[in-house]
Design a protein around this ligand. Structure first.
Ligand SMILES: C[S@@+](CC[C@H](N)C(=O)[O-])C[C@H]1O[C@@H](n2cnc3c(N)ncnc32)[C@H](O)[C@@H]1O
Length: 210
């Protein structure tokens, strides 16, 4: 993948920046790489497991559930010519996200509830991709409403689903099949897969807006 190199089994992103959350830095000649461990990031787990995820580097991305910016910081290394609108509603992780955004030209931090896209519709433009990692019971609904507001025609989405966050009373398999059914109403599903052993009872789903 663009701007990603493996150091042994662990990927790292080529970066002009230093460590954001204590990750190791590797120097290769004049290039600097930030270690991206799969246990800390579902997107890294996808890459380590060999799932296809491609970026051209100039995408506009809406990131829902950016937390303190762990995965966001690597995604910003990958789409270094693009723009990422990063939405997070919890003030504590947002503080660290702000520190990250202060140093990066391609991150716009937004402190808001992702279920209310009208509150940030004046800031976010039409995007090529929605990346969602919210751990919310109604995350499909949140994805759809944001797609209606911001996703380009035939735009892509990549979502991370944690079974327990949606329903802890039934088997993860059942939760995932229900999520896939709901998602397929608005999206053509391109791929899905588990993130074991890095993130238990999680899947990713990627798709294109119908
Ligand atoms: C699993 S964590 C995200 C981890 C992050 N994506 C990463 O890989 O670095 C989920 C985050 O979503 C945020 N979140 C949950 N519901 C939200 C909502 N409705 N609007 C905005 N953020 C939300 C939580 O506060 C939490 O920080």
């Amino acid at each position: 993948m663009r701007n990603v190199k493996f150091f042994g089994n662990i990927p790292a992103t080529k970066s002009r920046y230093g460590s954001h959350y204590g990750e190791k830095i590797f120097e290769v000649g004049r290039e600097r790489y930030r270690e991206w461990v799969p246990w800390r990031s579902k997107l890294s787990a996808m890459i380590v497991k060999g799932y296809e995820v491609e970026f051209s580097g100039n995408e506009k991305i809406l990131y829902l559930g950016a937390a303190s910016g762990t995965t966001l910081s690597h995604l910003a290394d990958i789409v270094d010519e693009g723009m990422i609108y990063a939405v997070e509603y919890s003030a504590k992780p947002f503080k660290k996200l702000l520190e990250l955004a202060r140093n990066r030209e391609n991150i716009i931090p937004i402190l808001a509830d992702a279920s209310k896209p009208q509150e940030y519709s004046g800031v976010v433009e039409k995007v090529d991709l929605i990346y969602q990692d919210l751990s919310q019971r109604n995350q499909v609904e949140i994805l759809e409403i944001n797609s209606k507001f911001f996703l380009k025609r035939r735009g892509r989405m990549l979502m991370m689903v944690k079974a327990k966050s949606i329903d802890s009373t039934v088997e993860p398999r059942e939760v995932f099949s229900l999520v896939l059914k709901e998602v397929s109403e608005a999206f053509e599903i391109l791929a899905t897969g588990d993130l074991e052993p890095y993130h238990r009872d999680h899947i990713f789903v990627s798709g294109v807006r119908k």
